[in-house]
Design a binder for this molecule. Structure first.
Ligand code: NOJ
Length: 747
């Protein structure tokens, strides 16, 4: 009887499918829900659980491997809902064809870490954040989505929207830095960029806001480590970018490896059911992180894998990435009455909904068309956008005696382990292609392309990235002696920042510092280029250099972008999205700290105040810092009023003038401080920023507005309120260099 009913329903379902096939995939939500429900009614419990199961392909891995020889068999049996790490249409087509052999022919979802580009690699997300250019960041995600969607990818595990304050954590490269406001703006931009106009369009991929939540606060910056923090801090600092991503319509969320206040995030119903799906009304689905369901046994939160599955599904974790805990135990748990089938249905419904929205039931191969993939391959406009983004990401940290920009008539020596590196330009979480070596523009190429034909450019590698070999020093010195200027590359290899790449020592690795020292001894000016995925401790190197550019890992067009900046064709405009420490001992270091009861009055103040006796409190470079080849002057700030009521808006304006020789872009930053409140407030909080482009001699007036809504915070009861009283308003060029005025908001 059941079999007969199921067959009739299935035929009906197929009819609905084929009559939809010719239509545009966008359907109303009512229609879509009906289609999801009719499919759900056909599914056995085993098939439902199958939809919650995600495996990596065998072509690529991004986590610890679990041997499994029967993935294809399981796909054909309808026991797999999604695959990750399937690169290229050739492969997605093969796996999809297996899924279509299953009883209900439910297509697979293909997910991948498309983090900063796909075919065209863009700068690291942290580097992009240094541009503070929200539109450019959205465009970068848009291009990544277009390229990835044409290669069979439906879903990117990005953006990572974690906030962090510890550069020892290797994953700082993957996010937008330490600030919740900037982080939230960028999170929303990236979601918009990935998802385009709507899911179902052939250039849109589902975004995934990760890692929910507080992964960025891993103790000691050690990856996967525990997090213990007040809920107030969680809400104030770590949640805003997640909320922004949810509001921007992120289709999925990923939970995180860490335990938060004693509960692994993967098993936290507070985070997933209460906050995300409850309070925020999130309609998408939550995927676990790689193996994080099973890892709840290691956390000591579940006695065994079966209990881990129970805790995760009950907590609202919908899809199991690579643990196999759901596959192995959910059916039994439902049959034993330990898990409500409603929870399974809800999770399956959320996943099917996305498959429908993507149009996969109309055509499971619609993202897997060889011709379209080829069309996206070496698109000139994508490379141009990558170069633009890369230029905007570079931060000028020092420029003594206008050492930069360089004149092309100078004799240059290019020295250091990264001058000719190729793959290192891409950085962690980039996707490798066999022809990378032909496509990636390294520094050597970038500079050569810029210099007049026939110029002689000296080159020496000098040393390796991370060993004790000094055999290249002599050559480096002799090359330097024959030049007018040394362009010296130092920093981290691209696999030194990223997942599982925590470092306790943030100084330059290997013998790089010794090389700098020796080259400084030649008396030639050094232009230092720092390639890294995180803030490094570079004070000594900076002291020995005339100019310093933080060049991160800039992607496919790295060499061109750096050369554009070196020779002044682009005036550097990047601003640091993270505070740079003087040394590891200052970590965690961030601009929006509390004042304490005994604040130090200045850097030499350490007697009975909150300070170190052997180190100033101030950072090497503050949040928001970055120089330009030109000089921007700030006029006096004017305020519309100094006493306002809650219905009024405060208007602040400041005139910026370009007093230098070069046209350039300034990022004007607005901070506030709540002077006294029912809970202590940070010494500064970023509330806005604007970028202004000025020709030499030109002035523009920037206007900001603030309302009491912008002054809200979480009080002791976790209510999001503002309190009347005094506030400092600060406008300036970075978190330390501001003009400050006092105002009062009354009820
Ligand atoms: C583990 C990482 O934490 C996560 O960000 C990533 O998406 C998955 N592995 C898949 O590669």
């Amino acid at each position: 009887m059941f079999k007969f009913q199921a067959t009739v329903l299935f035929l009906l379902f197929c009819f609905v499918q084929s009559s939809q096939a010719q239509k545009n995939v966008s359907t109303t939500s009512g229609e879509l829900n009906r289609r999801v429900d009719s499919l759900l009614r056909l599914m056995t419990l085993e098939e439902k659980v199958g939809q919650l199961n995600q495996y990596t392909s065998d072509w690529n891995f991004t986590g610890p491997i679990t041997p499994d020889n029967d993935k294809i068999g399981q796909i054909r049996a309808g026991k797999v809902g999604s695959m990750l790490n399937v690169k290229g249409v050739e492969h997605t087509r093969i796996l999809q064809s297996h899924a279509l052999q299953s009883r209900l022919k439910i297509p697979l979802l293909f997910g991948q870490d498309v983090v900063h580009g796909f075919r065209t690699t863009f700068p690291l997300p942290l580097a992009e954040a240094a541009s503070w250019d929200i539109e450019a960041i959205e465009l970068s995600a848009r291009i990544a989505a277009t390229e990835a969607a044409a290669a069979g990818v439906h879903w990117t595990f990005a953006p990572m929207v974690d906030i962090y304050r510890d550069p020892r954590w290797g994953r700082v490269m993957e996010g937008a830095g330490e600030d919740s406001y900037l982080g939230a703006r960028i999170a929303a931009a990236r979601v918009r960029g990935f998802q385009g106009k709507q899911l179902g369009d052939l250039d849109a991929v589902m975004a995934c806001a990760k890692h929910f939540a507080a992964y960025g606060a891993a103790e000691g910056g050690r990856d996967y480590n525990s997090v213990d923090m007040s809920l107030r801090k969680l809400w104030e600092v770590y949640m805003p970018p997640f909320k922004a991503a949810a509001d921007a319509g992120a289709a999925t969320f990923m939970n995180s490896f860490n335990d938060l206040n004693g509960i692994p995030a993967t098993g936290s119903s507070y985070l997933q059911r209460e906050v995300l799906k409850g309070k925020w009304g999130f309609k998408g689905f939550v995927v676990s992180d790689w193996g994080s369901i099973g890892e709840m046994v290691n956390h000591g939160f579940a006695v065994n894998d079966k209990e881990a599955a129970l805790l995760a599904i009950n907590a609202g974790s919908d899809m199991d990435m690579e643990s196999r805990s759901y596959r192995n135990h959910l059916v039994a748990l439902v049959k034993e009455g330990k898990v409500k089938e409603d929870y399974i249905d809800d999770a399956v419904r959320r996943i099917l909904q996305k498959k429908f929205e993507l149009g996969l039931f109309e055509d499971p191969y619609r993202f897997s068309v060889l011709g379209r993939q080829a069309e996206q391959w070496n698109k000139k406009e994508n490379l141009i956008a990558a170069r633009e983004m890369a230029k905007k990401s570079i931060v000028l940290l020092k420029n003594e005696n206008a050492a930069l920009p360089l004149s092309k008539s100078k004799k240059l020596a290019l020295i250091g382990p990264f001058v000719k590196s190729v793959r290192d330009n891409l950085g962690f979480w980039s996707i490798e292609w066999p022809d990378d070596s032909l496509r990636i523009v390294n520094l050597w190429q970038g500079v050569k392309d810029k210099m007049p034909k026939g110029s002689v450019i000296g080159y020496a590698r000098g040393c390796n990235v991370n060993d004790n070999d000094t055999s290249g020093f002599a050559e480096a010195i002799s090359v330097a002696q024959n030049a007018d200027v040394i362009i010296l590359t130092v920093g981290e290899a691209s696999d030194m920042s990223g997942e599982a790449k925590s470092r306790s020592n943030l100084h330059l690795p290997g013998v790089q510092q010794r090389l700098i020292q020796l080259l400084a001894g030649t008396g030639k000016p050094i232009i230092l280029l720092v390639h890294a995925g995180r803030p490094l401790v570079i004070q000594d190197a900076v002291a020995q250099s005339s100019a310093v550019l933080y060049t991160w890992w800039l992607g496919t067009e790295a060499g061109h972008a750096i050369a554009d900046v070196l020779f002044g064709e682009y005036n550097p405009s990047g601003r640091l999205p993270m505070t740079f420490p003087r040394t590891e001992g200052q970590i965690p270091i961030y601009y929006n700290h509390y004042n304490t009861g005994r604040p130090a009055a200045h850097d030499n103040h350490s007697n009975y105040v909150s300070a170190y006796i052997d180190l100033p409190n101030s950072p090497a470079y503050p949040f928001g810092f970055g120089l330009s080849y030109t000089q921007f002057d700030y006029g006096k700030m004017t305020l519309s009023d100094t006493l306002l009521n809650s219905a009024q808006k405060l208007k602040m304006s400041v005139t910026i003038t370009n007093r230098g020789k070069y046209a350039g872009k300034e990022t004007v930053q607005l901070y506030t401080r709540d002077i006294a409140a029912s809970v202590v407030r940070p010494v500064k909080e970023l509330k806005g920023f604007q970028q202004v482009f000025l020709q030499p001699g030109e002035s523009k007036t920037i206007v900001f507005e603030i309302a009491t809504d912008d002054l809200r915070f979480y009080n002791e009861q976790l209510e999001y309120i503002w309190e009347p009283g005094d506030f400092d308003i600060m406008i300036g060029r970075n978190a330390l260099d501001v003009e400050r005025r006092r105002i009062r908001f009354i009820k």
